[in-house]
Design a protein around this ligand. Structure first.
Ligand code: KIV
Ligand code: ZN
Length: 389
């Protein structure tokens, strides 16, 4: 196996993920998710698009002030006003603040959306990066719709923004159009044709319109990419983004064939997925890889027998590796406060004493009426008694 490479995990649940229909979050909700991402130990949290609204600005600012481990990124177009506003919110993260600026580089976007010539786009990209560098040494530049960009022009833009000071250059598949070996070739082309390519980290940002976002991201790693942009539960524009839990568990499970590592604490994946569903109200399909309700369920007799003999017969990763405790205590009317609090904590809730008391009273009342209390019941109790009060 070739040399190990640490891959930067850039989570954009709070920015691109939030652009998913019905997924918008208020400041407190974004902060809760950000704390969960901190537990997951992602490298970068893209907290929002500060110029988009006052609420988004305040959320990015609050996250920049409160989150201590990961870098905090804010998105901005390549205009100076956008960049200034982004830094106004990000400055509280100090050296961990990352300005993420972008402009589209494909012919269709330049002609039909921006109505700019390629030379103007190139100039705007370079000026944006130079302006951002006036604030911080941590600048990411994205070539929007890179996959449908003419390769020589893509290479020209990438080389110019690196020369202008971009420390990360992102190659998005904005419309989820690429297939894995094509995306591999695009990254390889940049590696071979951009002379200063090693001065920046190459990032990839894949949308899932053809269901290939994870596969494309993995193909890009093989061609030399060093950062993957992804979201919890794969939420995002249209069919979503590369799913964090899928790409991270693929890297962990198939480390035998992919010599790449991440710093993600995978044991927090399940709680992150659940918390996001609770906050957004968007549930996960039962057969969703890694975090779906059926991901570790076995129905067929032959499978059940195999798993009872040795779980590896039908499971390629353990439920425990994503923080799913298969032997969890069954909660019912005989359960006490300790079991109740322990389960809430496992689900990612950290409640104040008085909130616990209110929730516990509701739990006991429900347990009298129902044989077994499921995680979904606890989510509903917390939502009623704590989040909505
Ligand atoms: O999909 C995309 O191109 C984006 C960029 C703004 C990074 O989200
Ligand atoms: Zn995107």
């Amino acid at each position: 196996m070739s040399e190990q490479r640490k891959i930067t995990i850039f989570d954009t649940t709070l920015r691109d993920g939030e652009q998913s229909p019905g997924a918008s979050m208020n400041i407190d909700e974004k902060l809760r998710i950000a704390h969960q991402l901190e537990k997951l130990n992602v490298d970068v949290i893209e907290a929002g698009f500060p110029i988009a609204s006052i609420g988004d600005f305040e959320a990015v600012k609050k996250i920049a002030q409160s989150i201590k481990g990961p870098q905090i990124a804010g998105l901005c177009r390549s205009g100076f006003k956008d960049i200034d506003r982004a830094w106004e919110a990000l400055q509280y993260a100090g050296e961990r603040g990352r300005i993420h600026t972008f402009i589209a580089t494909s012919d269709i976007h330049m002609e039909r959306k921006l109505q700019m010539e390629p030379a103007q786009v190139l100039e705007a990209a370079v000026k944006a990066v130079e302006h951002a560098r006036g604030y911080t040494g941590n600048v990411e530049f994205s070539c929007e719709d890179a996959v449908r960009t003419r390769l020589p022009f893509l290479a020209e833009v990438v080389e110019a923004v690196i020369a202008a000071g971009a420390t990360t250059v992102n190659i998005p598949d904005t419309v989820g159009y690429a297939i894995p070996f094509e995306f591999y070739e695009i990254i390889k082309y940049l590696k071979d044709h951009v002379k200063n390519i090693d001065d920046a980290v190459i990032s990839v940002h894949c949308h899932n319109d053809l269901g290939l976002a994870v596969a494309n991201s993995l193909a890009a790693l093989r061609a030399g990419a060093g950062q993957i942009e992804c979201t919890i539960n794969g939420i995002g524009e249209r069919a979503g983004n590369c799913s964090l839990e899928e790409v991270v568990m693929a890297l962990r499970t198939r480390h035998d064939i992919m010599p790449y590592t991440t710093d993600v604490n995978t044991e927090h994946i399940y709680n992150a997925s659940r918390l996001l569903s609770t906050v957004t109200g968007i549930s996960v399909q039962p057969n969703k890889a890694v975090v779906g309700a059926n991901a570790f369920a076995h129905e067929a007799g032959i499978h059940q027998h195999g798993v009872m003999m040795d779980s590896a017969t039908y499971e390629i990763m353990t439920p425990e590796s994503i923080g799913l405790n298969r032997n969890k205590l069954v909660l019912g009317k005989h359960s006490g406060r300790h079991a109740f609090i322990a389960r809430l904590e496992e689900l990612g809730y950290e409640l104040q004493k008085e909130d616990i008391e209110r929730a516990f009273v509701r739990f006991k009342a429900l347990a009298d009426a129902k044989k077994e209390i499921f995680d979904e019941d606890l989510d509903a109790i917390v939502a009623d008694e704590v989040i909505r009060v």
